[in-house]
Each structure stands twice: as C-alpha cells, then as structure tokens.
Design a protein around this ligand. Sequence first.
Ligand SMILES: Nc1ncnc2c1ncn2[C@@H]1O[C@H](COP(=O)(O)OP(=O)(O)OP(=O)(O)O)[C@@H](O)[C@H]1O
Ligand code: SF4
Ligand SMILES: [Mg+2]
Length: 344
Amino acid sequence: MSEPTTIEAAPSDAGKDTIEAAAPVMDIRNLTKRFPIGGMFSSHEVHALQDVSFSLPRGEVVAVVGESGSGKSTAARLLARLMPPTSGEIVYNGRDVLKEESGRASLAYRGDVQMVFQDPFGSLNPVHPVRYHLERPLKIHKKASGRRQVRERVHDLLNIVGLQPVEDFAAKFPYQLSGGQRQRVAFARALAVEPKVMLADEPVSMLDVSIRIGVLNLIERLRADEGISFLYITHDIASARYIGDKTNVMYAGRMVEGAPSGELIDNPAHPYTKLLLSAVPNPHAGLRTQETQARGEIPSLVDPPPGCPFAARCPHVMEVCRQRMPDTTWVGTDHWVRCYLYGE
Ligand SMILES: Nc1ncnc2c1ncn2[C@@H]1O[C@H](COP(=O)(O)OP(=O)(O)OP(=O)(O)O)[C@@H](O)[C@H]1O
Ligand code: SF4
Ligand SMILES: [Mg+2]
C-alpha cells in the first residue's frame, strides 16, 4: 500500500504509457461509510468505514485482512459502487468515479470492476445451467455476439478457470457442482465482462479446506496471465500472505497498517497486527486455513468514541490514544502504520 498518489499529466505523449502503467489502477482516498440506524427520529449511526485510504497497484493482489465486522465487505461494496460512500474518493485510472456524471462512464466502471462474493452456493441461479450464467454477461456487455462466438467464449472462460471438459461443465446445473467449482463459475462470470479489477470478498472462506488453495492459485493465475488487479478480502492473515503482494489490516472500520505482505508478517508494527499474528501458529508454513480471530471483541461501531479504536484492548494504550486517531507514520519501505507508538 502506498500513500494516495497524485497522477500528474505527462509532459508529452512520449512516456505516457509508462507513467500510466506505473500509476495504481485504483486510489481510494479517505473513504467513509456511516449507516443511519434506529429509524427516522434517531441520529445514531454505524461507523462501518472511517477515513480509509489505500491504493491498488496495477496487476497486483492487495489483501485486506480483519476480523468480522471490521468493514471489509463495506469497503468492497463501495468500490463496486453497489452503494455510495458518505464521503471520500474512488480514483480509477486517474478519474474520481464518484464525480463522473455520465451514465456511460459509470457503466464502463461497473464493467471494469467486478466483484466475486463469499457464498458460491447463493451466487448462482439454481434453475439455469452454467452456460446461461456465462452467456448473460457476454450478451449484456456485448463481449460476444452470434451463437457461435458466444459459445466459443463460454468455453474459453471455462478453460481459463480450469473447468474441463468445458462442454460438460457448460451443461451442468449449480446443484451438480462442488463449492469450489461454483466459485470457479463465479470467477468465469466476472471474467466474461473482461474486468481490469476484481474485488474478491472472502472467496474461499466457505470452501472446503482442500480446495481453497486451488481457488487462490486461480487468482494468482488471473493476475499473472490476464493482468487483473485484485482486492482479496479475508479473515485469514496466512492466506493474505500466500496470495497478497501487499496486505492491509483493518480494525473497527479503520485501516491501521499496510505493507508488502512478507514485511508485514516479519515486522508487524501495530499492536493489533501483532495480536492477529499471535493467533496464527506459524504464518510462514504456507497456507493455513484457520480463521484469524484475535482474542477479545471488536468495539461497538455505533457512535464510537474518538481516538484509536484499539485503545480498549491495547496493552500499550496512552492518554493520547483515547483522544484522537493517530496519523499515518511510515516505518519502512512501503510500510505504514497508524499508532502513537511510532513517529514523533
Ligand atoms: N446496511 C447496513 N446497515 C447497518 N449496518 C451495517 C450495514 N452493512 C454493514 N453494517 C455494519 O457495518 C459494520 C461492518 O460490516 P462489514 O460487513 O463491512 O464487515 P466485514 O469486515 O465484512 O465482516 P465479516 O468478516 O463478518 O464479513 C458491521 O458492524 C455491520 O453490522
Ligand atoms: S494508538 Fe495507542 S491504543 Fe492504538 S494501537 Fe497504538 S498504542 Fe495502542
Ligand atoms: Mg464481510
């Protein structure tokens, strides 16, 4: 993760492609989401996401790890534009997509940024075969036309996600597929639109342990072969390490630390990241499938007090921690933290 990047215009067309390729595909700036609760006459709000900034480098996998209720899905849903944020910016290829008025630009964004959900059982319509689920986005987004081209593209997609023989899988109904196979169909359906970014919200957490690694390897292959940038959301810091070029840690609606994944595991700075890691026996031992649930409860997000959200659980808490959220401090190359133990 890096600080929000300003994308400056290239002085001339020479080198423009290089500059664009180096710029992150997405920059998320101060994204905030509050849900009003308690009806019309209540002023209470759930602070689901607060002042979250990070970037998604082109062709990389950025993992977001955090326990239940930390705001991971809210972040993904905002980025997919399934709902509007309370405030903040989503900069995609240098443009703030929330300010774009045109329906065409918004449609293009919704095609470029696809989401894969946690539940492979609920995401496919049981009355239609796999072929239908893949043909639909191809036709809606005009990615193929004519029976033959659509059929060939469906087969291509099934090949890409490793569901062979493709003819057989195209004809199967969801109930004839395992959870892992369904999740592969969900990836194929998202790929049909030829996305540039995929937001994968806990794509393996409902799968059997034995098939999780196959789906994670599929993500890696799509990144390497198709150049797709991924936001990979998980409870599990070991899978973040396995698949993520970078890992960002969320706690109670805040992003509290981010770094290249190896650096984060080797040199965690935030007391919460350390707590998460202490719950995983050995994060270096490849993919561990247990969920990382640190001890203690996440605080209430309804009208939270000011200051660091981890203050109630932190062994190092100081008076200042309860007064104001710490700013970002850089503690290493591309490694930042929001904690008063660092910086001045
Ligand atoms: N529509 C909503 N109305 C009110 N509160 C909401 C709404 N959606 C989410 N929340 C709250 O926002 C907080 C963050 O929820 P979110 O689903 O983003 O967490 P998460 O990190 O994805 O959790 P999990 O790991 O369980 O999926 C939670 O307290 C949740 O109850
Ligand atoms: S800011 Fe304070 S309470 Fe929060 S993690 Fe750092 S030391 Fe602990
Ligand atoms: Mg979630």
